[in-house]
Design a protein around this ligand. Structure first.
Ligand code: XCC
Ligand code: SF4
Length: 655
């Protein structure tokens, strides 16, 4: 290759640290296929106004862009108003995405029937949750109950009065903080509508008020939408249990029909799993000359499938195009969110069918096969058949499945984390659900803290670099890492979710706990809506200790965030009292006031704030310093609330 081409290739390959991705970027060049990495080269300088969040096009007089020469928009909006409005709208976008996903799951719960495509997998969890939501399960048929809970949950999206019922899961002190600051979210849709209204031209023009409504809206994401999504997914499809899997593009199988599921909602992917396991589909695969069918997942659908079925993870957000470029994929089936429109073009270079299924995410150039929950299994069969029949079009000369994959243990729901710790460490205690072992290792400092390292890949950093750098640094220093979303894929691809690797990567304290308790140093909690599991675990621990979430030695981190969903998540995590660290600067720097509030004074309201550092090593140090600074207070509280009471006999059994 001539020098210029080599330079271009090298530049693209430097944008990821994944070796499979590097190999496929080279293949893409040879095949003449454009990828995100190529397009990024064309974006040498990104718009400075956009980066700072000071571009407004909320009305037809604009776009207005704030600069020293034009310090106000045509309507007079200043940089604080414009940045605040843009930030609030990002939160509303993210909340809408997670919550609309949850709405579909809720609707699906209403469609369950005994023996039908959708059934209740966890009757006990349903009963418990029904009770929590104020529905009496006594004497009710389980499906009658499911339908009733579905209705009650649907009301959380649009009820005219009251605030989210799920707030009651949080410690009382935390609830009081929310009440005081006025960020208890009302109906989910209402919070989204409120933000859209207030950010319309000529409405809210006060940065404090805009940040406030961004928080209230995001709280509806974490403490309503996402939490309902996670809970009902467990009830419908089963609570995840630790299961073995493999990750990275090598999971694509040579002579099998390869079907990749990409997107977010388990309502579709669960049915594809069911359909592909049917004997008629397996037979059809043999008929067309394949050995069988291999399903694998990308993005959060990948997480949902792997944690419930051990289905392999093909890759993360930045590998979606590369997956097709292997030439070995019969169908890429998608529903909603994080799907590159570019897949339509990439697929034209290979035999791959790019199948869209949701009216919410139709993409020009795709094969659109609309999926309906009402006819779920039939629809899924039609889609799987289409994929199988495409096997004969595979062109062996275009196939290159890269060499690497890693093994991983995934699927640690709240129950698994608590149960597993308890099982091994404390078998003498009858109550299997005690949090004592987890709390003991935290309080003694054997584990310094717990950090949720979550979220996307961002083309502003080399793919996976920030995730891995931060996770490795944390576990090396005895911080337990829990992860979701594409961060989880990064960990799985790199062996961080293997118990066997604890000794290699983790510090002495954490490695010992991992060995004793039989957990990996980086724990897979699921998809991005499953960040609500983190809220749940924190609430359980804080409640058990009679503390606030903000008292715990925990932190959140989104090292490579990119989506509006990630901004909403970060905001509700801060709102929940958890210090949150970002590896990519959000578009707020154009307003000194916004930065000052989000990275500072919001702490006076909610007990935590954002911290940003685009240097991954430094960000890891920031996280650890922050948790260490919290520890003395935590240990003191622990002494006062737990140890002293235990000695005086006030604390009878657990905590
Ligand atoms: Fe999307 Fe959920 Fe981000 Fe991955 S982590 S890029 S949002 S798939 Ni959710
Ligand atoms: Fe410009 Fe104001 Fe219209 Fe925004 S709302 S585009 S700042 S005139």
């Amino acid at each position: 290759m001539e020098k210029k081409k080599v330079d271009v290739l090298e530049q693209m390959q430097n944008m990821t640290i994944d070796l499979n991705s590097k190999a496929l970027i080279e293949k893409a060049e040879k095949d003449g296929v454009e990828t995100m990495y190529k397009r990024k080269l064309g974006y040498k300088v990104q718009c400075g106004f956009g980066l700072q969040g000071v571009c407004c096009r909320n009305c037809g007089m604009g776009p207005c862009r704030i600069s020293p020469k034009t310090p106000r928009g045509l309507c007079g909006a200043d940089e604080h108003t414009i940045v605040g409005r843009n930030y609030a709208r990002m939160c509303a976008g993210g909340t809408a995405a997670h919550s609309d996903h949850a709405r579909d799951i809720t609707h699906t719960l209403g469609l369950t029937t005994p023996g039908g495509a959708y059934q209740v997998a966890e009757p006990e969890k349903l009963k418990e949750f029904a009770q929590f939501m104020g529905v009496d399960p006594e004497g009710k048929d389980i499906y009658e109950l499911a339908h009733e809970v579905s209705e009650v949950c649907l009301m959380e999206f649009g009820k005219p009065h009251g605030v989210s019922k799920l707030l009651a899961r949080a410690p009382k002190v935390r609830q009081d903080i929310w009440k005081e600051y006025g960020i208890e979210p009302r109906a989910i849709d209402r919070e989204i509508a409120t933000v859209m209204h207030s950010t319309h031209i000529g409405c809210c023009a006060d940065i404090d008020a805009l940040v406030h409504m961004a928080f209230r809206c995001s709280m509806a994401d974490g403490w309503a939408g996402s939490m309902i999504g996670t809970m009902l997914s467990d009830i419908l499809f089963g609570t995840p249990k630790p299961v073995h899997t493999e990750a990275n593009l090598n999971v694509l199988d040579g002579n099998n029909v390869n079907i990749i599921l990409h997107g977010h909602e388990p309502t579709l992917s669960e049915m594809i799993v069911l359909a592909s396991e049917l004997p008629e589909m397996q037979d059809l695969a043999k008929e067309v000359g394949a050995d069988g069918i291999t399903l694998s997942g990308i993005c959060c659908t990948g997480n949902e499938l792997t944690m419930r079925h051990g289905i392999k993870i093909a890759g993360d957000f930045h590998q979606q195009e590369l997956a097709i470029i292997t030439g070995a994929v019969e169908a890429m089936i998608v529903d909603v969110q994080c799907i590159f429109p570019a897949l339509a073009e990439v697929a034209t270079h290979y035999h791959t069918k790019f199948i869209t299924t949701s009216p919410k995410a139709q993409i020009t150039g795709s094969t659109y096969m609309e999926f309906h929950e009402e006819t779920a299994l039939e629809d899924a069969k039609t889609i799987v058949r289409e994929a199988i029949l495409n096997f004969k079009n595979r062109d062996a000369s275009k196939v290159m499945v890269p060499e690497l994959k890693s093994e991983a243990m995934v699927g640690y729901a709240e129950e698994a984390i608590v149960g597993q710790l308890n099982n091994v460490v404390n078998t003498q205690i009858d109550d299997m659900n005690t949090l004592k072992p987890l709390i003991d290792v935290l309080a003694s400092g054997v584990i310094r803290g717990v950090v949720g390292v979550v979220g996307c890949n961002n083309a502003r950093t080399p793919s996976n670099y920030n995730h891995l750098t931060i996770m490795k640094e944390l576990i090396k220093n005895d911080y337990l890492v829990v992860t979701t979303g594409c961060g989880a894929s990064a960990a799985a691809k790199n062996g961080l979710m293997l118990k066997e690797n604890a000794a290699k990567y983790a510090g002495k304290g954490l490695a010992t706990v991992c060995q004793l308790v039989d957990i990996p140093p980086v724990i897979h909690l699921g998809s991005c809506v499953d960040n609500s599991r983190i809220l749940n675990i924190c609430s359980l621990v804080a409640n058990a200790l009679d503390m606030d979430i903000a008292d715990l030695p925990v932190a959140g981190c989104a090292p490579e965030w990119m989506s509006e969903k990630a901004i909403a998540i970060g905001t509700y995590v801060v709102g929940s009292g958890i210090e949150t660290f970002l590896g990519v600067m959000p578009p707020v720097t154009g307003s000194s006031r916004a930065v000052e509030i989000l990275c500072g004074s919001i702490k006076d309201k909610v007990g935590a704030c954002f911290h940003v550092n685009e240097d991954a090593e430094a960000l890891a140090q920031d996280i650890m310093a922050c948790i260490e600074a919290k520890r003395p207070h935590f240990e003191e509280l622990y002494q006062e609330k737990v140890l002293n009471k235990r000695v005086s006999g006030e604390l009878a059994c657990l905590y």
